[in-house]
Write a protein that binds this ligand. Structure first.
Ligand SMILES: NC(=O)c1ccc[n+]([C@@H]2O[C@H](COP(=O)([O-])OP(=O)(O)OC[C@H]3O[C@@H](n4cnc5c(N)ncnc54)[C@H](OP(=O)(O)O)[C@@H]3O)[C@@H](O)[C@H]2O)c1
Ligand SMILES: [Zn+2]
Length: 320
C-alpha cells in the first residue's frame, strides 16, 4: 500500500470513529431549552400542584429575558420572562424566539392565559418542550399561537421536559397520583427486627444524617406520605421534613378497606413491608428509592420483593 493510500484510509477511519464517539452536539433550540429546564427546577418545592416551567427569550443569539414559575397560583414562567425584559429591549420581542419547557396555557386559571400574552407581544417563533397534558390546555395553547401566525416548534428536549413534570403528567394522564416507594433495608434484606409492640423498643436505624436529609428532601417533593397501620403504631413516626426546608406532606395511614390511591397529585409510600408489597403487587408505583445498609440482621421483617421491572421504571439504590 502506498503512503498516500495508507493516509487516506487512516483519515476515513478517523472520521468514522469521530461520528461514532463524538459527543452529541446540542442544537441552538436544545441549548435554550436546557436553560428553560434549569430555570424551571428553581420551582421544585413551591409550584405543586402546578407544573415547574421555565422560559427564555432569545434575540439573535442573545438572551433578553428569562423567568420561571415560582409559586403555586403566581405568574407563569412566560409572564416572568416577559416582565424581565428591559424596557429598551421590548421592541425586540416580535423578532425574538420564546422557549418554554411546557406548552403555554390557553385558559383563565389563577392567572390570564399565557398564549394570549405571547400573541399580544407579537412573538413570531415559539419553541415548546412538551405538550401540557391538562385537558384544559392540551394542544389549545399551540393552536392559539399558530392561528395568530406564529411558527411553533414542539418537542425540543421533550423527554427531559416530561421527566421534570412526571408527577403533574401522571396525574393528568392516568388520573392518579405519581407513586414513589421508599424503604431502607439491611444487607441481608430485612427492614426491621421483629417487634410486637412499641414497648419492644425502637425500630432499627439504617439511615445516616446524609440519607436522612435526602429522605426529607424526597418528602418535601410529595404532596402526601403514607405508612401502614402497623408502622404508624409501632414507630409513631413524625413524617415531617425537619431536615430539609419545605412543606410537610399530608400524612396518611393505610388500613384495610381503604383505597391504595388517595386523591392527591403525588404520594410517597414509606412502608412497612406489607404496605409496600401491596403497591408492588398491584403494579401501582412509578419510582422507587432503596437505602441498602451494610448492617446484617439475620432475622426480622423481610423487605418487599421487587422482581426485575419489565417497564424499566427508575429504581434508585443508595448504599449507606
Ligand atoms: N426500614 C424501613 O424503611 C421501614 C419503613 C417503615 C416501616 N418499617 C418497619 O416495618 C414494620 C412494619 O411493617 P409491617 O409489614 O408489619 O406493617 P405495615 O405495612 O406498616 O402495616 C400493615 C397494615 O397496613 C394496612 N395495609 C397493608 N396492606 C394493605 C392493603 N393492601 N390495603 C389496605 N390496608 C393495608 C393494614 O392495616 P390494618 O391492620 O389496620 O387493616 C395492615 O395491617 C415495622 O417494624 C416498621 O418499623 C421499616
Ligand atoms: Zn400560563
Amino acid at each position: 500500500m502506498s503512503l498516500n493510500a495508507f493516509f487516506s484510509q487512516l483519515s476515513t477511519l478517523n472520521s468514522q470513529l469521530f461520528r461514532i464517539f463524538a459527543p452529541k452536539m446540542m442544537t441552538e433550540d436544545e441549548k435554550y431549552m436546557s436553560r428553560c429546564l434549569q430555570l424551571a427546577k428553581h420551582g421544585e418545592f413551591t409550584t405543586a400542584p402546578n407544573p415547574m416551567v421555565g422560559a427564555v427569550i432569545v434575540h439573535q443569539g442573545r438572551i433578553v429575558g428569562e423567568g420561571w414559575h415560582r409559586l403555586y397560583g403566581g405568574p407563569h414562567a412566560e409572564v416572568n420572562a416577559v416582565r424581565s425584559v428591559r424596557p429598551e429591549d421590548e421592541h425586540l420581542l416580535p423578532e425574538s424566539t420564546i422557549y418554554v419547557s411546557l406548552e403555554p396555557c390557553s385558559h383563565w386559571g389563577k392567572t390570564p392565559p399565557c398564549a394570549e400574552l405571547l400573541v399580544e407581544k407579537g412573538f413570531r417563533r415559539v419553541v415548546v418542550g412538551c405538550l401540557d397534558p391538562n385537558e384544559k390546555v392540551s394542544g389549545r395553547g399551540i393552536r392559539r399561537l399558530q392561528e395568530a401566525g406564529a411558527e411553533v416548534v414542539v418537542g425540543v428536549l421533550e423527554k427531559e421536559c416530561r421527566w421534570l413534570n412526571r408527577k403533574f403528567i401522571t396525574f393528568h394522564t392516568l388520573h392518579r397520583p405519581y407513586i414513589t416507594l421508599k424503604w431502607a433495608e439491611s444487607a441481608d434484606g430485612f427492614i426491621d427486627r421483629r417487634r410486637q409492640s412499641a414497648a419492644d423498643g425502637p425500630a432499627v436505624r439504617f439511615s445516616t444524617p446524609w440519607t436522612q436529609m435526602l429522605v426529607h428532601r424526597l418528602r418535601a417533593n410529595h404532596e402526601a406520605i403514607l405508612v401502614g397501620h402497623r408502622t404508624w403504631e409501632l414507630d409513631q413516626p413524625s413524617l415531617t421534613t425537619r431536615f430539609w426546608p419545605g412543606k410537610n406532606p399530608k400524612r396518611i395511614v393505610l388500613s384495610r378497606g381503604e383505597s391504595l390511591i388517595p386523591p392527591v397529585q403525588s404520594l410517597l409510600v414509606e412502608g412497612g413491608a406489607q404496605t409496600l408489597q401491596a403497591y408492588i403487587d398491584a403494579d401501582l408505583w412509578d419510582e422507587a428509592y432503596i437505602e441498602r445498609s451494610t448492617l446484617l440482621l439475620k432475622d426480622g421483617v423481610k423487605a418487599p420483593e421487587m422482581k426485575t421491572d419489565p417497564k424499566g421504571r427508575p429504581i434508585h439504590v443508595n448504599f449507606t
